[in-house]
Ligand binder design. Structure first.
Ligand SMILES: Nc1ncnc2c1ncn2[C@@H]1O[C@H](COP(=O)(O)OP(=O)(O)OP(=O)(O)O)[C@@H](O)[C@H]1O
Ligand SMILES: [Mg+2]
Length: 368
């Protein structure tokens, strides 16, 4: 079954207030929200942050950098230019361009400007500056950069530094909200860029959804299906699904469609749909050692990958037990990070977790 509509949104307790407090304090220009995939970052932005911004009369602009992650810097600049054009500012963009040209010593006023407001040879950095200058006007402007780790793939080393400089120029008028899901890529970004983008930001955590979310889904189910399920089993199912709201919503839909209140059957239908959708296809190319590390990380309360217990576990899982050395485990971890399958938890050094909850759940259940 493919699920093509969303269940009602359930607010993230206290998160919006926390974000607004940071912005209102004026102490930080940006807020970062980093959480694994599918946990609800974009939903929070769309259902809570953007509506609140609208209510305050802020102008807000949302850019998803994931969609064009092959060329994230161009994606960002073109999105901002499109917003500027959309607001009927093309004319003003051109004027600004002409004025700045005229001011440069010995410069001639260019007669031919591109329809988008920039010349073909204009640098991305200049275009970024021009587009943001056109967007940031009186009052408050909020820029949301979703999946900002995509900028780690920027081909121009200095683009992120330029972005930071331009954003800083508008401090006091421009607020920025960043979301990210790949910590490995974010770390790479920090290493690569001279000027860290997030120095002027405050990090917030996505609050976990608790039993009241399960209650809410239970009420939704009760309105649409005569069959009932027990709360205890429903709470357990939410846990089994890695406490991932999107998966739980899908389970609720399976239950509504079946109309029989059979939770076990609905869980099977959910699993089948995900296996069919290829949740584990990426794992097929893994070497035995890498797969063993994935199995290890899938266990609840698993030991540290570099511990003796972990080495024992991996040795038992593969034929070539001799080859299990800390260096080889490290190589496996690096490969899994490159594939975005695992990420450091950021809590304890050397502590890793599986990034994709669908893969985690299926490994736990021995389906992959
Ligand atoms: N607070 C919520 N209440 C109800 N459903 C939610 C909530 N948050 C997320 N969901 C469900 O989970 C799905 C995935 O959420 P979302 O796309 O916001 O996650 P994400 O963290 O942005 O993921 P990605 O990193 O893949 O972009 C949504 O389509 C929605 O069905
Ligand atoms: Mg998202």
């Amino acid at each position: 079954m493919s699920v093509n509509f969303d269940l009602p949104y359930f607010p993230r307790d206290g998160l919006l207030q926390e974000v607004l407090r940071v912005f209102e304090s004026g102490l930080k220009q940006g807020v970062t929200l980093f959480a694994p995939r599918r946990q609800g970052k974009t939903s929070f932005v769309k259902h809570e942050l953007l509506p609140a911004a609208h209510e305050f009369g802020w102008r807000s602009y949302y850019v998803d950098l994931w969609k064009r992650r092959g060329e994230p810097e161009l994606a960002l600049v073109e999105a901002l230019e499109a917003f500027a054009n959309h607001r009927g500012l093309r004319q003003r963009l051109r004027l600004k361009e002409v004025k700045s040209k005229a001011k440069a010593p010995g410069a001639e006023i260019e007669a031919t400007l591109e329809p988008g407001g920039h010349r073909p040879d204009d640098s991305l950095e200049n275009r970024l500056d021009a587009a943001l200058s056109a967007l940031v006007k009186d009052g408050v402007t909020l820029l949301v950069l979703d999946e900002v780790q995509s900028l780690a793939g920027a081909k121009r080393e200095d683009f992120v530094a330029a972005l930071r400089t331009v954003l800083q120029k508008f401090q006091g008028k421009l607020l920025v909200f960043y979301t990210g899901s790949s910590r490995e890529q974010l770390n790479a970004m920090f290493r690569k860029q001279r000027a860290p983008l997030f120095a002027s930001t405050m990090a917030v955590q996505l609050p976990e959804l608790h039993d009241d979310f399960v209650d809410d889904r239970l009420a939704f189910l009760a309105q649409r299906s005569v069959a009932t399920v027990s709360k205890r089993e429903f709470v357990q199912a939410f846990d089994d699904l890695g406490r991932t709201p999107g998966f739980f919503n899908e389970l609720v839909l399976h239950l509504i469609i079946a109309g029989d209140g059979d939770l076990g059957k609905a869980m099977n239908a959910w699993r089948k749909a995900h296996v069919e959708a290829g949740a584990g296809a990426q794992l097929e190319s893994l070497r035995p050692m890498e797969m063993a590390v994935m199995q290890l990380l899938a266990m609840r309360d698993h030991p540290s990958v570099y511990s003796a217990d972990a080495a024992e576990f991996i040795k038992r899982s593969i034929d070539d037990a001799e080859s299990v050395t800390p260096a080889k485990i490290q190589t496996a971890i690096k490969k899994l990070m490159r594939l975005d399958l695992v990420a450091p938890t950021g809590k304890v050094a050397g502590d890793y977790e599986i990034d994709d909850r669908a893969i985690l759940i299926q490994l736990r259940e021995g389906l992959l």
